[in-house]
Write a protein that binds this ligand. Structure first.
Ligand SMILES: *[C@@H]1O[C@H](CO)[C@@H](O)[C@H](O)[C@H]1NC(C)=O
Length: 269
């Protein structure tokens, strides 16, 4: 208890401009110190303040895996375009890696949703050395920012895909700094496959046009990198479906199945 309160305080002191929500595993005899840690980044389109929207995911991961979960905020566009969000998340990861008595630095995993999934993939394949993270987990991430979203159809056309103009607006805001959209820190399709962590989990949604690029990345990673790549498409689900899923619906079942894939990946390391 006191150990983690002190961590909370020190994080608060270090990251006044970036909030971190901490989810502790239940106190059991197996509680590990130093603790394995999962860093999570919420979805935002790089623009929308949604820190806390992954509350249920973070709670489940900390309850079911023994990992301490840090749900990390980051600066948003258009005020703070690329690379502000990457810089913020990089800072928090460096802070974690510098605390080997509190965190098991051989078991640092990274996850994210949508734009946060893009950050998780970029941090693990471009910013940090290949062995830094034991696994990377991305839910319906953006992978190819340079592709016109209006030109891509979702695998299943019967849902409510994100309006093209919204996707274009998000990308424009993130790119306001004038960087090349084919920079591998922005478009993971250009990242070096050999730099991804050993385990990669990609979850996509069938009604989401972003599924196409994420599944293509998964296929190419699986064929070329020798990584353990798990990719699963959730049928009849929209982008971000898990955030609104109601108990008793198939969306709820899909959410539980998707989160279970993440639990299994964390527990397998
Ligand atoms: C991001 O980090 C780089 C390298 O430390 C720095 O040069 C740049 O100014 C930072 N940009 C932002 C927006 O934080």
């Amino acid at each position: 208890m006191s150990l983690f309160s002190s961590i909370t305080l020190r994080i608060a002191a270090l990251f006044l401009r970036v909030g971190v929500h901490i989810y502790r595993p239940p106190v059991t005899e197996e509680l590990q110190v130093p603790s394995p840690v999962l860093l999570n980044f919420h979805g935002s389109g790089f623009v929308v303040a949604a820190h806390g929207s992954d509350d249920e995911f973070c709670r489940q991961m900390s309850q079911k895996t023994g990992y301490i979960v840090l749900d990390v905020e980051y600066r948003l566009a258009p005020e703070n375009p690329f690379p502000a969000a990457l810089n913020d998340t990089e800072d928090v990861i460096n802070w974690v890696l510098g605390q080997p008595t509190e965190f098991d630095v051989s078991k640092v995993a990274i996850s994210g949703f949508s734009a946060g999934g893009n950050l998780a993939l970029a941090l693990s394949s471009c910013i940090f050395p290949p062995e830094t993270f034991s696994s990377v987990i991305a839910f319906y991430p953006t992978v190819e920012v340079f592709v016109d979203p209006g030109a891509v159809a979702a695998p299943d056309p019967n849902g409510q895909p994100f309006p093209t103009f919204v996707l274009q607006l998000f990308a424009t805001c993130y790119m306001l700094g004038g960087h090349d959209p084919r920079d591998p820190r922005i478009s993971l399709a250009y990242a070096d496959f050999d730099r991804f962590p050993r385990r990669v989990l990609l979850v996509t949604a069938a009604y989401d046009s972003l599924a196409v690029e994420a599944e293509s990345l998964a296929a190419r990673l699986r064929e070329n990198s020798g990584r353990i790549v798990i990719s699963e498409r959730m049928e009849r689900c929209n982008h971000g479906w898990d955030k609104m899923a109601k108990e008793g619906t198939f969306e709820w079942e899909a959410k539980e199945r998707a989160y279970k894939l993440a639990v299994d990946m964390l527990k397998s390391t």
